[in-house]
Design a protein around this ligand. Structure first.
Ligand code: PLP
Length: 381
């Protein structure tokens, strides 16, 4: 769409921006309270950790605010957190780039490697941020058809199709792979992914988005850290927004070759991480017990939720994440709306091209009970 006819000041809007559709976040709790006048709102829409952050993080942030000056700029290099992460992953700090959420990193990737004439490749039904950062750079998106509804990994990434597309197209500078993937919950086999990365031309950057890494069964995980050392074109992203329960503070990071990290640092805002977030992530990393407890709660509640939903005749995609993507076999707008009226926020999948699906974050026992109760009532009505 051309916007320049409307206002002269829009004449020089950059390539790709005019037609860009903004990311649609899950509805905030307060907004639903206002809209529907319901008090007891359960939000299962954005894959946040229902247990919140580690209590140690909350204590540490409190004392940090009391003892440190918020008037001072944060450490722009994130020295301490990078050193901590380097130890945690047993790699050089030069391989780490800190982001204001891992979304920030996805933007670094696009600003460094995407431009008009370049192609970014990703699966249908992959993370909504990939098409946004691609289009914002005026690059072309090559969307690879997902695996079929009859495949055991329904709507998952089809790496064989990725490989074929790479053979057919020149100028693919970035391949985005979310593993496990959002919004489907699906994953790729570690051996398939390794074979795929090995086949990707050395000049093409592969972004392996591991936002749900902690939730994945260790037996299914890709040894991304090792692969990253082996392949200089591999960028692995991780986040504190999910299992660490710090989505509100915005902390993510990437592991990559030092030369790629150096490029990211050139486009990174000097103070992209705030001081509280830097400090909180440092403490969060130390409390791996909290991560384990969060993952265990997710596993048991996901199983319970899955069993109950299946009993209601609802089709679920396979999931190695902290959410379930549920197919209802019909447009879910009315269902979504009816749940909102009962104070339940889940994520409609229409903007992902899956109008017959809802994505439900696995909550606490109480939140899941509330959701199941509301869903049963709505389906009976
Ligand atoms: C939630 C999520 C992220 C995390 O984004 P942050 O900016 O780190 O909060 C990244 N990738 C995928 C696929 C996600 O679902």
């Amino acid at each position: 769409m051309s916007v320049s006819a409307e206002l002269p000041c829009l004449t020089f809007v950059a390539n790709g921006i005019a037609g860009l559709r903004p990311y649609e976040p899950g509805m905030p709790i307060d907004e639903l309270r206002r809209q529907m006048g319901v008090d007891d709102v359960v939000k299962l829409a954005s894959n946040e950790n229902p247990s919140g952050p580690s209590p140690r993080v909350i204590d540490a942030v409190r004392s940090y605010i009391n003892e440190s000056s918020l008037a001072l700029y944060p450490d722009g290099g994130g020295f301490r957190l990078k050193r901590k992460l380097a130890e945690f992953h047993d790699i050089e700090p030069e391989r780490i780039t800190l982001g204001n959420g891992s979304n920030d990193i996805l933007e670094f990737v696009s600003r460094v490697f995407l431009a008009p004439g370049r192609i970014a490749m990703f699966s249908a039904y992959a993370f909504a941020v990939y098409p946004i950062v691609t289009q914002a750079q005026g690059a072309r998106a090559l969307v690879i058809e997902a695996r079929s509804a009859h495949d055991s990994m329904t709507l998952g990434h089809d790496l064989a199709a990725f490989s074929r597309a790479l053979d057919e197209h020149e100028g693919v500078s970035v391949v985005f792979i979310a593993n496990p993937n959002n919004p489907t919950g699906t994953w790729v086999q570690a051996s398939d992914l390794e074979a795929f990365i090995d086949r990707v031309p050395a000049q093409t950057i592969v972004v392996l988005d591991e936002a749900y890494y902690e939730y994945q069964d260790p037996a299914l995980r890709v040894d991304s850290r090792r692969l990253m050392e082996q392949f200089p074109n591999l960028v692995v992203t991780r986040t504190f927004s999910k299992a660490y329960g710090l989505a509100g503070l915005r902390v993510g990071y990437s592991l990559s070759s030092p030369v790629v990290a150096d490029l990211f640092n050139r486009v990174r805002q000097p103070f992209n991480m705030n001081s509280i977030a830097l400090f909180a992530a440092d403490v969060a990393l130390e409390d791996q017990d909290h991560v384990r407890r969060s993952v265990a709660l997710n596993a048991s509640e996901k199983t319970r939720l899955r069993n109950q939903l299946v009993q209601l005749g609802i089709r679920l995609l396979p999931s190695q994440t902290n959410f379930l993507t549920a197919g209802f076999g019909r447009d879910c707008s009315a269902l979504h709306r009816a749940l909102l009226e009962r104070g339940i926020i889940v994520r409609p999948m229409g903007s992902y091209g899956l109008p017959e699906y809802l994505r439900i974050t696995v909550g606490t026992v109480r939140q899941n009970d509330r959701f199941l109760e509301a869903l049963t009532a709505v389906l009976d009505a």
